[in-house]
Ligand binder design. Structure first.
Ligand SMILES: [Zn+2]
Length: 560
């Protein structure tokens, strides 16, 4: 699961009045956790539970070195998953191969080459200081750039005429440096906010209008969740994208050279001599119902930067069960679980011995459940539709393996009609409900209900709809291609909220997400069973999954 999700979840939990600290205190400390007691408590494991445990134990072993995409640890994990798929009886699913090689490009910024200066209306040139005042996030297009251009303020920088909102009205951004706030205003509801507030959606529009660089301004909310002191901790900025057949990295906003992050304490200079100050605009941004109007800034911004590019491949692992229905077999359900994780910690580790991010829950657990789901399919009659099992790479670097797969599906004539995603199903309580993010958006909702009618769990609504969780894991690249999708998570009933919150606070994206956690293997087997029932219903139901009429994402990406 991607890093930005946690800050959202944490904020939601705080907002919902749950005291995180109290939740943590009541949770088991894995460092003092006794494995013998754990074994006794979970009792005997049935076949599915012991298979899941074996897969998680293998994938989360120190020998996998944290499975970072592009490392030997990841490659070893990919080999293991392909071997397991073969042993189960799946067919290779990437145009006859187990592996779809995903070409990736990583840019690493060069702090020494980062320069930013502002020339004010009266001709005074002010050089800003790297890290004290600014940081530059490299583009994956050019390994060096230098631009000098007049600046224009565009509010949040949102172009959404279909929602009656256009921050660029009356402004010309061609050839200019665009200055905008992070995020989106509260006039948008949850999902629209997540989509329009994303840097990628903004960059795409800005680039299409000829902007040459972006300056991102802090809002009150952004400063709370990621203060400048955290930005300046690391002088290096990294970005990774997949590379298309034309050799170009898939960047949102081709032509925009890079994004400049500005320290809020250093942001006023851009507005000097203009009609409104940064302070006034930021206060307006924070005001409920606040409205921002853009204007030309009386300054010229000069920026230059360089980055080193590293090109490499990392494999998606793909297995398939061919559909049995002659009419439906060309429709594919894709079941996803990302295989990669964060690798080995670098830098100042404060004397910590454990530096391996094992990712037992994130997402060895999801991959183990994906394999168990495949086994269940192979045990039963062949599905009507084709079912594809994708253990994807580079999710932690930006949903890249799934996005590449969704752009270039190695499935011949088959069309992807639905996606079910497993990402970090936290198996630390006897769950009695599940959350199916996105279920209410498409006919997958009624399919989930039907599939689970006798499963002994209830489907709970998204506990934090305002956070746009739906845009933050591997199902979203499929949604962007117009494919209805759901993302399954254990529910918050029966103690789930406290135990999942504690996991997020202490172990998520931490070296302690490992086998020392009191993982409930029999519950993991139940969750895999639920995943199977849902996938089976989608695969066998005569009607093709469809977006609900008027759904935001359906309209945006599938034109429905
Ligand atoms: Zn993660």
């Amino acid at each position: 699961m991607r890093a930005d999700l946690f800050s959202f979840l944490k904020r939601a939990l705080l907002a919902s009045g749950l005291a995180l600290v109290a939740a943590c205190a009541s949770a088991e400390d894995p460092r003092t956790f006794d494995h013998t007691t754990a074994a006794a408590r979970v009792g005997a494991l049935d076949g599915a539970a012991s298979r899941i445990r074996a897969d998680v134990a293998y994938l989360a072993d120190d020998a996998m070195e944290g499975r970072e995409a592009g490392t030997r640890g990841y490659d070893a994990a990919a080999d293991y998953v392909a071997a397991r798929m073969a042993a189960l009886g799946l067919a290779p699913g990437a145009d006859g191969d187990w592996f779809q090689a995903v070409p990736l490009r990583e840019a690493t910024s060069s702090p020494d080459a980062s320069r930013l200066s502002v020339t004010t209306a009266d001709g005074e040139r002010v050089d800003l200081a790297f890290l004290d005042d600014f940081k530059i996030y490299p583009s994956l297009e050019k390994d060096a750039f230098a631009v000098s251009a007049p600046a224009v303020f565009v509010g949040h920088g949102i172009y959404a005429p279909e929602a009656g909102h256009n921050d660029y009205e009356g402004l010309d951004i061609n050839g200019k440096v665009v200055v905008r706030f992070a995020g989106a205003p509260d006039v948008f509801d949850s999902e629209a906010r997540a989509h329009y507030g994303s840097s990628a959606a903004k960059a795409k529009y800005m680039a299409s209008q000829g902007a040459v660089a972006v300056v991102s301004l802090y809002t009150d909310a952004a400063e709370k969740s990621f203060p400048w002191k955290r930005v300046r901790r690391n002088p290096i900025a990294r970005a990774t994208r997949w590379v298309g057949p034309d050799g170009a990295a898939d960047v949102a906003g081709a032509g925009l050279n890079g994004t400049i992050g500005l320290n809020p304490d250093s942001s006023e200079i851009l507005f000097e001599g203009g009609p409104r100050s940064y302070g006034e605009l930021r206060a307006e941004e924070a005001r409920p119902g606040g409205a921002l109007k853009g204007f030309d800034l009386p300054v010229t911004v000069s920026v230059s930067a360089a980055a080193a590019f590293d090109d490499y491949f990392s494999d998606n692992v793909v297995g398939v069960i061919e559909g049995a229905d002659p009419a439906l077999k060309n429709e594919a359900l894709v079941v996803t679980a990302h295989l990669d994780h964060l690798g080995i910690d670098e830098g100042d580790l404060g004397g910590e011995d454990d530096i391996i991010n094992n990712g037992a829950m994130d997402n060895a657990m999801g991959v183990a459940m994906l394999l168990e789901t495949a086994r269940r399919f192979l045990d039963g009659p062949p599905p009507a539709r084709t079912v594809v099992f994708l253990a994807g790479t580079a999710e932690e670097k930006g949903l890249l393996g799934a996005d590449y797969f969704a752009h270039f599906p190695p499935l011949g004539d088959k069309e992807i009609v639905a996606n079910v995603n497993l990402d970090m199903p936290v198996m630390l309580h006897a769950f009695t409900d599940i959350i199916a993010f996105g279920a209410e958006r498409s006919t997958l909702g009624s399919i989930v209900e039907a599939a689970l009618a006798d499963a002994g769990v209830v489907v709970s609504p998204d506990p934090f709809p305002e956070l746009g969780v739906f845009t933050r894991s591997d199902h979203y690249p499929f949604v962007e291609q117009g494919v209805p999708a759901i993302f399954l998570w254990p529910g918050y009933a029966n103690g789930g909220e406290a135990v999942i919150s504690a996991f997020l606070a202490k172990h998520y994206h931490n070296v302690s997400d490992d086998l020392s956690l009191p993982i409930r293997w029999n519950d993991a087997a139940r969750f895999a069973d639920i995943n199977y029932k849902i996938a089976r219903e989608i695969a066998d139901r005569p009607e093709r999954p469809a977006w609900n009429k008027g759904d935001f994402f359906g309209e945006l990406f599938a034109g429905e």
